[in-house]
Design a binder for this molecule. Structure first.
Ligand code: ZN
Length: 188
């Protein structure tokens, strides 16, 4: 039986994440900024929003500035505060889409396209902007409990019982399933 290389093992994780993305794609599943923001709120504060400084639950929403203000300590914060997206000019939806792209490239073994230059070309942004985004994404997505990751990996992986996990069969099953998923997504 063929043994998995370290690179294959790395790819196992990315393929599993790819299969947990929305089947219709992140762009269709989260069609606008509001849907992305709602997802973030649900994940960060499943029992209702709390102040990120004092944890009080009396929060006022400032719709025009897209910020929240704590009625206890007067701290004003945005949804991006205390996340990898803090102080970024990109919208939360931009981050969702970039994370999907990062996962997809690595799931399909296209690691060579995950560079600052390549991202700058694809997104028509300056190299430094793309480079910074790439570095932050790579750090963030390395953690299984990453907020960005859990935001877009909406489903659990369904593995057939006859596929043994973490060996060559599992790798082959993931590979086949990812290719099928991508074809279905392209056919839309
Ligand atoms: Zn507070």
């Amino acid at each position: 039986m063929r043994q998995l290389s370290d690179r294959d093992r790395e790819r196992l994780r990315w393929m599993q994440l790819y299969l947990r993305l929305p089947a219709c794609g992140v762009a269709a599943y989260f069609p606008d900024d509001a849907s992305c923001e709602q997802r973030m709120v649900e994940l960060r504060w499943p029992e209702g929003m709390h102040c990120i400084r004092c944890d009080a639950d009396r929060i006022k929403t400032c719709h025009t500035r897209k910020t929240f203000r704590c009625k206890e300590c007067a701290h004003e914060f945005s949804l991006k505060a205390n996340t990898v997206m803090f102080r970024s000019r990109h919208t939360i939806r931009d981050w969702f889409l970039a994370a999907e792209e990062h996962i997809t490239l690595h799931a399909f073994g296209q690691d060579h396209l995950d560079t600052g230059h390549s991202m700058a070309d694809r997104h028509c942004v300056a190299y430094t902007t793309a480079y910074r985004l790439r570095v932050k994404l790579a750090c963030e997505l390395a953690h299984d409990h990453s907020l960005l990751l859990t935001s877009i990996c909406i489903s659990e992986l369904q593995v057939p019982q006859d596929v043994v996990q973490n060996d060559f069969d599992f790798y082959v099953w993931l590979l086949d399933t990812c290719v099928t998923q991508r074809q279905m997504r392209r056919q839309g």
